[in-house]
Unconditional design. Structure first.
Lengths: 825, 114
């Protein structure tokens, strides 16, 4: 049981309906409005008669609302008989829209057929606004958060960017991600050249990339000068303030452009804030930037400006360090090469391509001068010649101006107050500030000049030393005496070394006494060459018929007390008595002479050794050694360059020399020393090499006794060949004699001694001016005429190659053969 | 053992036997064996004597035998020998057949080929 409470005032149900705080509508199932309350009419401004029986609810909705009504409202209502809180914008009589929320119920008849729709309409204006604001503020918060994040990232990137280029790269990406800009570009100010240069862009198809002077009227330059942010909000604005932007904006479809100076500090405090560049970014569609946006943009400008400032300082410091390193390394690299041309070439190799793409050195030295260049695209020759002449005349450098066609620096190479030549070079782009650049180039030229001047002096001294040395070694050894032959060879060290103090000498003390010397002065260059000349003269002066090597060395010891530069020089000195063949020798700290007697093994003469000249610590007791040399002996004096190698022990050098010496014992003396030097040291060697070989007498007769062994024929032939060569027997005759002699010996082995492997064969050969005579004798058995075809050929060869052949078979076989020499024939 | 006196190679499709140094009684036997072993399958043989510094009758006997054997097998051979020098002298003194001698290796090879 419910008890109805009476309200304290009369409620008129009609009034309640008409003026309820919400709109009421009753509709037929097809939506036709059949009843509506006053509240709804008041809100919408319709007359009751406009609606009832004439309009459907959906006719009052906006286009989107009608669609929603069709797709959602009506089907839901039919399905559930009730829908709640559907938002519709109702189009009012005057065209305003009224945001509403609608609740509806479908009433059905007894057969459950739809009979009427009742709808309650609430005014949602406030609510919608609240929602919108909520959405807006959320979006703003998100935007701001995104901007902060982008800015943080940019700042982090900037902190890690050590160069201008990297800073520019980090900054230029920011406007797109932070503000949704369509593209952005960055311009940097080059204070030295007073220009503004575009360095990076996210869309290089937009904008004008020409360098501009800082005084240009272009928008970028104006903003850079003012140092404050400028927003060009529309094409119209652009046309008013910065006409240069209009074309670009129109072409690339931009409506808003922001020009942000990159400053080293906040732009409000103008004092001390320097503008280093401009970041320009643009939007498609006119874009209003809020105050919050603008403050973030300004912050970006400062952060980027500071990063640029840091990078510039860092760049400059790095460049300065690189330049210092480059100069030091260049000087060191040049010092490795003492000669001028290699030095000039190395200088160019250092410059191109590392700091220049073209460079040229000209030196006005010597009869032809030096002109070397590296790199591609040499500058215009006429302009260059003009610049070179100016620099050479004035001694003042020329640096290229930006607008100059020559485009290369021409620097004087000045040393000791003289312009030695010029260094011209075209720098590769990266170079930094011009003051530093000039200072660097001048320093480079000064250092180069000094090192080239040193090499010129070196070259000069080297030339003098060579000339001196050559004059001292000239005037060949004594010749024309049949009793001896002297062969010398001097080989200068690899081309980049100074002359050494090696020398040789051979002279006749008396008509029967030959002196030979090889020595080595400590040091190199002019001093060594001069000292060598003094010692050479001293030896000639000190030698005498009754002096001998030991006393001569004592004399030299006294000499070096007066000529200090000769101290510790080494000398191998020998005298040969041309009558007896007596060799007397002594070595003062010098390598031992090498002797080869005919038929013997090579032998180093190790006696009579003492210390270098004037040695204070060494044994100065000078002794001498004498031995008799058989005719045909060869004595070799040499300096250490012949055998000393860093890569092998000295014994190996001695061993190698002895082997080569022996191997060449049959070689003619002419060219013997040169060949030896060639084999032992080759062409590229680090030390001078000096050799003297004296060959004693020539055997008038050669006598050999060999076993009946075919291998011995080869050895005999070698001896015989050398002997024939030493007598200057002409090749045709020599070959003929060798052939005949070989055949005769072969005959003895194969025929006379065919049953006697221990038989001996004597060979004696003599040479005169007219003829060569050879006698081959065995004690084998003669067995009648030979039937062997090949041995027959041997005998035939003997007869054919010699003029006279005599067979004596009285005791064994003696073949006597003679051939006239060509000169006599 | 005989490398210092004899080396083998090809010139065109001919076998090239290059002799060098002194060829005499002491080494001709060995050299001969080495050569025969190497040219067995060659239809054409060129023997280069331009760097031979001495040639005696034993060497001549070797060359004579080689050329003779090759001819008997229907193979062609040429000796290349300088216009002067020890080898030429010995061959001339032995009246070696001029038609197997040549002074130019390439020409000799061409003649063999034709």
């Amino acid at each position: 049981m419910t008890q109805e409470l009476r309200p304290p005032w009369d409620e008129d149900p009609d009034d309640l309906y008409e003026h309820a705080p919400c709109g009421y509508l009753t509709m037929l199932p097809d939506g036709t409005i059949v009843r509506v309350n006053q509240t709804f009419l008041t809100w919408t401004g319709y007359q009751r008669g406009d609606l009832v029986g004439h309009r459907r609810f959906r006719d009052l909705l906006s286009a989107g609302g009608q669609l929603y009504h069709e797709t959602h409202y009506a089907p839901l209502l039919r399905l559930r008989d009730e829908v709640r809180e559907l938002a519709f914008d109702v189009v009012c009589a005057d065209g305003r829209t009224l945001p509403t929320v609608v609740n509806s119920m479908l009433a059905r008849g007894p057969e459950r057929e739809p009979r009427a729709i009742r709808a309650m309409v609430l005014d949602a204006t406030e609510r919608r606004r609240n929602e919108q604001e909520l959405l807006d503020s959320r979006r703003r918060a998100e935007d701001s958060e995104r901007r902060i994040r982008v800015l943080q990232e940019v700042v982090a990137d900037l902190a890690a960017a050590p160069t201008e280029a990297e800073v520019a790269e980090a900054v230029v990406r920011a406007p797109e991600s932070a503000f949704g800009a369509a593209s952005s570009s960055i311009y940097l100010i080059d204070p030295e050249r007073e220009t503004i240069v575009a360095v990076a862009s996210t869309d290089p198809t937009t904008g004008n990339w020409d360098d501009m002077p800082v005084t240009s009227s272009r928008a970028v330059a104006r903003v850079a000068e003012r140092g404050d942010l400028h927003v060009v909000g529309s094409l119209a604005e652009a046309a008013r303030h910065f006409p240069d932007l209009v074309d670009n904006m129109r072409r690339s479809g931009r409506d808003t452009v922001v020009l942000l100076p990159l400053t080293t500090g906040p732009t409000e405090e103008h004092a001390g804030a320097e503008t280093l560049g401009v970041l320009a970014f643009s939007f498609t569609g006119e874009r209003k930037l809020s105050d919050a946006d603008l403050s973030v943009v300004r912050l970006l400008g400062q952060q980027a400006g500071q990063a640029l400032d840091r990078a510039r300082l860092y760049d400059e410091a790095r460049r300065r360090e690189e330049r210092v390193t480059f100069l030091a390394e260049t000087t060191r690299a040049l010092d490795e090469l003492p000669r001028m041309l290699p030095r000039a070439r190395r200088l160019l190799d250092r410059l191109v391509p590392e700091i220049a793409d073209w460079a040229e050195v000209r030196l006005s030295v010597g009869p032809t001068g030096v002109q070397e260049e590296r790199g591609a695209r040499p500058p215009d020759p006429d302009m260059l010649a003009l610049a070179l002449a100016r620099v050479t005349a004035s001694g003042e450098p020329i640096f290229p101006a930006a607008d100059e066609k020559l485009a290369c620096a021409v620097l004087p190479l000045t040393a000791r107050g003289r312009v030695l030549g010029t260094l011209a070079l075209r720098r590769t782009p990266e170079r930094g500030s011009d003051d530093h650049e000039r200072a660097f180039l001048l320093e480079l030229a000064d250092r180069s000049a000094l090192t080239l001047e040193n090499s010129r002096l070196y070259e000069q001294e080297r030339q003098i030393a060579r000339t001196l040395q050559r004059s001292l070694l000239a005037g060949g050894p004594p010749g024309g005496d049949k009793r001896f032959t002297v062969e010398t060879h001097y080989q200068a060290a690899g081309q980049d070394l100074e002359v050494g103090g090696d020398w040789f000498d051979a002279f006749l003390i008396t008509k029967d006494r030959l002196a030979v010397v090889v020595g080595d002065v400590v040091g190199r260059g002019i001093d060594a060459a001069t000292t060598m000349g003094q010692l050479r003269s001293a030896i000639r002066a000190l030698s005498g018929e009754d002096v001998g090597p030991a006393r001569l060395l004592e004399g030299l010891d006294r000499f070096v007390d007066r000529v200090e530069s000769a101290r510790m020089a080494t000398v191998a000195y020998a005298e040969i008595d041309l009558v007896t063949g007596d060799l007397t020798y002594a070595c003062a700290g010098h390598l031992p002479p090498l002797l080869q007697e005919p038929g013997g093994a090579p032998e180093y003469l190790m006696q009579a050794r003492s210390a270098g000249l004037g040695s204070r610590a060494g044994d100065l007791r000078r002794t001498q050694e004498t031995r008799r040399l058989p005719a045909g002996s060869r004595l070799l004096l040499y300096t250490d360059g012949l055998i000393e190698r860093r890569s092998r022990p000295l014994d190996k050098g001695f061993e190698l020399l002895a082997r080569e010496f022996a191997r060449r014992q049959d070689a003619p003396l002419q060219g013997f020393t040169a060949g030896l030097a060639d084999t032992l040291v080759g062409r590229d060697h680090a030390d001078d090499v000096c050799l003297l070989c004296v060959s004693l007498g020539t055997e008038e007769r050669i006598e050999r006794t060999i076993g009946a062994d075919r291998m011995q024929i080869t050895l005999l032939r070698a001896d015989l060949r050398a002997w024939l060569v030493s007598h200057g027997v002409e090749p045709e005759t020599r070959d003929a004699v060798l052939l005949a002699c070989s055949e005769a010996v072969a005959n003895s082995i194969e025929h006379g001694y065919r049953d006697d492997p221990f038989g001996m064969i004597d060979v004696v050969a003599t040479v005169t001016a007219d003829a060569v005579e050879v006698k081959v004798a065995d004690r084998g058995t003669w067995r009648g005429p030979m039937t062997d075809v090949s041995r027959g050929r041997g005998l035939q060869l003997i007869r054919e190659s010699m003029d006279q052949v005599l067979f004596d078979r009285s005791d064994g076989t003696i073949v006597t053969m003679r051939r006239a020499r060509e000169a006599a024939a | 053992m005989t490398e210092q006196w004899v080396t083998f190679s090809k010139i065109g499709d001919a076998a090239l036997v290059s002799l060098s140094g002194e060829i005499d009684l002491a080494n001709s036997g060995e050299i001969g064996k080495a050569i025969v072993g190497r040219i067995r399958d060659s239809g054409k043989v060129l023997i280069d004597l331009t760097t031979v510094s001495f040639l005696d009758s034993a060497g001549v006997r070797l060359l004579d035998a080689l050329v003779g054997d090759l001819a008997a097998q229907g193979k062609r051979a040429r000796l290349v020998v300088g216009e002067r020098g020890a080898a030429r002298m010995t061959l001339r003194l032995c009246a070696f057949r001029e038609d197997v001698l040549s002074t130019d290796r390439d020409r000799a090879a061409a003649e063999l080929g034709g």
